[in-house]
Design a protein around this ligand. Structure first.
Ligand code: C5P
Length: 217
């Protein structure tokens, strides 16, 4: 039996980018490394939680004690998340692609003799907002907001619009994506907790400590 501040809790974490296929060999992606989400999954497991980590395509080892579900596209991620519910805490750290090509070609698109294809895009499901509205909504639902400017303004707005309890805002104007450090602000209903710049592993432990506190109160 697990012990620790999150013993007997199920923590669901999404992490990494998504890949949105154009054809069998090409895709749209983003610069998310998955490091912060994997660190949160690891810290939650260390705190005694049962952890499900729904991971986009990244080159990271599975943290000890974590159940990992690998996905590629946003739609696959949405399905894996809904299958993983219920959870006590859900932390949506993944950098989900906003758009996907409307239809992926079944065979490789050819260059020779053809004009460049126009990519028609469709909006992906918002996984965080979907979980917020679901009958299985976790008691504590945490989203992330990576912004380059007006970080707190957008985070407050995002918290409301998506129905999350907390939004962890991080300033990605520097080399946060792929980097080892992060500077975050936890935007909650009644306050904002700003943490100093620190390694992503320490950010993860600081967040997990606050998840546990949220259940004690
Ligand atoms: O709107 P934006 O992408 O900035 O919102 C970021 C937050 O929403 C993150 O927690 C991210 O994991 C989540 N998100 C999601 N599904 C999407 C887009 C974002 O879960 N399609």
């Amino acid at each position: 039996p697990a012990s620790g501040p999150l013993a007997d809790r199920h923590v669901l974490v999404t992490a990494g980018p998504t890949w949105e296929p154009i054809d069998p060999v090409r895709y749209i992606a983003n610069r998310s490394s998955g490091k912060q989400g994997f660190a949160i999954a690891a810290a939650a497991a260390e705190a005694g939680a049962r952890v499900t980590l729904v991971a986009g395509p990244v080159h990271l080892p599975t943290p000890p004690g974590v159940t990992r579900v690998d996905v590629e596209s946003a739609r696959e991620m949405a399905e894996a998340v809904s299958r993983a519910l219920p959870a006590d805490v859900a932390v949506m750290v993944a950098a989900v692609a906003d758009w996907r090509p409307v239809s992926a070609a079944g065979i490789k698109l050819k260059k020779r003799g053809y004009a460049p294809p126009a990519l028609e895009l469709a909006e992906n499901p918002d996984i965080l907002a979907t979980v917020a509205a679901s009958p299985n909504r976790p008691a504590l639902l945490v989203g992330f907001a990576a912004e380059t400017n007006d970080v707190l303004h957008y985070a407050r707005e995002k918290r409301q619009r998506k129905g999350a309890d907390w939004i962890v805002a991080n300033d990605v104007s520097g080399d946060v994506m792929g980097g080892a450090n992060n500077t975050v602000h936890i935007v909650r209903q009644d306050d904002i907790v700003s943490l100093p710049e620190m390694p992503k592993d320490d950010v993860a432990r600081a967040l997990v400590e606050r998840f546990a506190d949220a259940f004690v109160r």
